[in-house]
Design a protein around this ligand. Structure first.
Ligand code: NDP
Ligand code: 2IT
Length: 444
């Protein structure tokens, strides 16, 4: 391996040795950009990789709140402002008990590359809390969000840092966060958060954007290999925001979704899952996926991983490291042809390598799920204009962005003789842009 790359990898490991997810994300990028590093010896002199792998700022804070029983609970809040190189810090907030510094940093790091691929002026960030929204009342969610924002507000702003949703943070949470921000600032700064409801400054199609964008990317990737979604059997992990709208678009493109999951298990419906029913269970009732079988007795529920179901296309849309090498082997032996990463880093490194070795197409997260943040940037732009596009206008812009992202991945993969390897393509295309911008801006 290139000596400079190797030194940076060793340094990163030493500095972050108890952050496995962060190291995994950095290692995946660094090992795939070797040909670019070989061609640019000047990067070493400017410590370009050392700077790129070190967040500009990590903010950790206390989030005290009172539950419905009157007990005081203390959670930890995070905001990793990873890079402001090409725009204000931008990225979601995750509320999940597993949240820790390693997960926040891996997500922030990935976000820089993803945001660069969108072609829009957004830097990279991630934040969140180890708060568990499951089973909490609306009032508890509101009190938590208000406390979280009472600290976060001083670090964000529409030209500084613009959070949005992620796991456990959807329209309800963004509403409470926005209300508290506005109250503290005594100003309507619409562009400070994205994923807002339409009635107070959100963008049409933002809710659908990540899932739809994933399927636009998948369509382009399959087209490039003389294939299509028509008649394909699809399985999806997760049943949240990304999963639901990926499923909806998959149907619209002629595929059939036979299985979806949550962290407890999956539902299998041979005739095709009724998405409106899943939407109702998850978005309206905030229930569990197994409730689906109450109204659909032909469907089955199993407490196991969805990857054991035979599929042409698998869409991991839940969380990181969801598809292990063992799952990858099962999927390949069942004839899978493509993986679409709706979630961030849903495949382990070994799983991704196994897919590529077995000629399974992989739509990498940084590229394939970038439609969400791209539409967030379109929301920011509408907030600045004080004017709103209709649904079709936003959807068309999203589609165009995804087509363009696929082209960038394809071109970069071909330029460095990795035809069809869009994982390497995405990393290189994003890195080239970031490295140029970093070089032009001097040592900062
Ligand atoms: P949601 O909270 O809406 O849904 C998350 C889904 O994933 C739920 O079904 C949840 O099940 C499942 N899940 C979460 N954690 C785990 C876990 N540890 N093990 C198994 N299942 C789990 O989140 P989103 O749909 O917004 O996000 C899903 C993924 O997509 C994340 O990786 C996120 O980072 C990524 N992403 C999201 C974007 C967005 O715009 N929202 C944009 C780009 C990427 P359960 O209810 O049981 O917890
Ligand atoms: O991972 C992601 O790209 C998101 N959760 C969306 C971030 C955003 O700012 O819309």
């Amino acid at each position: 391996m290139n000596k400079y790359l190797n030194n940076v990898l060793e340094r990163t490991k030493k500095l972050n040795n108890n952050e496995p997810e962060f190291l995994q994300a950095v290692e995946e990028v660094l090992t795939s950009i070797e040909p670019v590093i070989d061609a640019h010896s000047e990067y070493e002199n400017s410590a370009l990789l050392e700077r790129m792998t070190e967040p500009e700022r990590c903010i950790l804070f206390r989030v005290p709140w009172v539950n419905d029983k009157g007990e005081v609970i203390v959670n930890r809040g995070y905001r990793i402002q990873f890079s402001s190189l090409i725009g204000p810090y931008k990225g979601g907030l995750r509320f999940h008990p597993s949240v820790n510094l390693s997960i926040m940093k891996f997500l922030g790091f990935e976000q820089i590359f993803k945001n660069a691929l969108t072609g829009l002026p957004i830097g990279g960030a991630k934040g969140g809390s180890d708060f568990d929204p499951k089973g909490k009342s609306d009032n508890e969610i509101m009190r938590f969000c208000q406390s979280f924002m009472t600290e976060l507000y001083r670090h964000i702003g529409q030209d500084v840092d613009v959070p949005a949703g992620d796991i456990g943070v959807g329209g309800r949470e963004i509403g409470y966060l926005f209300g508290q921000y506005k109250r503290i600032r005594n100003a309507y700064e619409g562009g400070v958060l994205t994923g807002k409801d339409i009635c107070y400054g959100g963008s049409l199609a933002r809710k659908e954007a990540t899932g739809y964008g994933l399927m636009y990317f998948m369509r382009e990737m399959l087209n490039a290999h003389n294939n299509s979604l028509n008649g394909k059997i699809v399985t999806i992990s997760g049943s949240g925001n990304v999963a639901i709208y990926a499923a909806q678009k998959a149907y619209a493109m002629g595929a059939k979704v036979v299985a979806m999951s949550d962290s407890n298990g999956y539902i299998y419906d041979e005739n095709g899952i009724d998405i409106e029913s899943v939407k109702n269970i998850k978005e309206v009732q905030r229930g569990r996926i197994k409730e689906y079988i109450n109204k659909h007795p032909q469907a089955q529920y199993k407490e196991s991983k969805v990857w054991e179901i035979k599929a042409d296309i698998a869409l991991p849309c839940a969380t990181q490291n969801d598809i292990t090498l063992e799952d990858a082997k099962k999927l390949v032996s069942n004839g899978v042809i493509a993986i679409g990463e709706g979630a961030n880093m849903p495949c382990t490194y070994e799983a991704t390598q196994y897919f590529i070795k077995n000629n399974v197409l992989v739509a990498p997260a940084k590229a394939a799920n970038a439609g969400g943040v791209a539409t967030s940037a379109i929301e920011m732009s509408q907030n600045s204009m004080r004017y709103y596009y209709n649904f079709e206008e936003v959807d068309q812009k999203l589609e165009q962005i995804m087509v363009n992202i696929f082209k960038q991945c394809k071109n970069a993969s071909e330029k460095y003789n990795h035809n069809g390897n869009y994982v390497i393509g995405a990393n290189i295309a994003a890195f080239e842009k970031l490295a140029s911008a970093m070089t032009m801006q001097g040592i900062v």
